[in-house]
Write a protein that binds this ligand. Structure first.
Ligand code: ATP
Ligand code: MG
Length: 245
């Protein structure tokens, strides 16, 4: 019998998400199978794996956007998500996109200004989303997520549509914000470099199961040219190939 408990405060103080033997089926299709997954506050976890293997489903489960078919899920009520595309509302200016329901509060613009300062976009406070570059729009999405001071931040391939230079600069920004606010962070990515630059722990999901975990005990900021970085990358690539075979 499944026992589901979303968005409770029952977890211990430092655990912000805990999935225990979680399964998810769509009809006859088993997408997640017996997944055990825990995230501590202040921990960065990268979730990698082949396409169609259940990464987005797992993230949507953590976000409370999907419910599990079996198992137990406990996730902090204070969780924010950033998707692959920024999902800004075209009819609202940038500041209102950051605040959403809080946009009617008297000091709304000042609150939004502080959040936009965090991502270096204070000057775009009154801009329309259509006037932003892809990287700027994604930074607004990050500001919107951060505004809620989440215990857990979920990012689903948030930078994959950006060029390599912009991606690297947003990765640094996310690390800076994480260092300041110390939320738990789960990032889905296809980019092993990105996983190794950001994460304390890398989890490989294959066919709906967690098949491998690696700790990344390298000091930040990480040097992508170092032998240690590349040794971890080689090992990860080997595990990744095993997971698809
Ligand atoms: N709402 C849904 N209804 C039915 N099947 C779904 C639904 N959402 C996802 N699936 C199926 O679940 C499986 C996993 O999908 P998911 O989006 O989680 O994969 P993913 O690992 O994020 O893939 P990608 O790397 O391509 O983004 C796929 O077979 C997909 O077709
Ligand atoms: Mg996906």
């Amino acid at each position: 019998m499944s026992e589901l408990a979303y968005q409770t405060d029952r977890q211990t103080a430092s655990v912000v998400a805990s999935l225990s033997r979680v399964g998810k089926r769509y009809g006859e299709n088993t997408v997640l199978d017996q997944v055990d997954f825990t995230v501590q506050k202040g921990e960065v976890v990268a979730l990698v794996g082949p396409s169609g293997t259940g990464k987005t489903t797992l993230l949507r489960l953590l976000a409370g956007l999907e419910s599990a078919t079996s198992g137990r899920a406990e996730v902090s009520a204070n969780t924010s998500v950033v998707f692959q595309e920024p999902r800004l509302i075209g009819a609202l200016r940038v500041w209102a996109n950051v605040l959403l329901d809080d946009a009617r509060k008297p000091d709304a613009k000042e609150r939004a200004r502080a959040a936009l300062q965090d991502v270096g976009l204070e000057d775009k406070l009154s801009s329309w989303p259509v006037s932003l570059s892809g990287g700027q729009a994604q930074r607004v999405a990050v500001a919107r997520a951060l505004y809620r001071r989440p215990d857990l931040m979920l990012l689903d391939e948030p930078f994959s549509a950006l060029d390599a230079f912009t991606r690297r600069s947003i990765q640094s920004l996310v690390l800076k914000l994480w260092d300041h606010y110390r939320f738990g962070l789960v990032i889905v990515t296809h980019d092993l470099d990105e996983a190794l630059i950001l994460a304390d722990r890398i989890v490989i999901l294959s066919k709906g199961r967690i098949c491998h975990e690696t700790r990344v005990d390298l000091p930040r900021e990480r040097d992508v040219t170092s032998p240690e970085f590349n040794a971890l990358k080689r090992d990860l690539l080997r595990q990744f190939s095993l997971s698809v075979s």
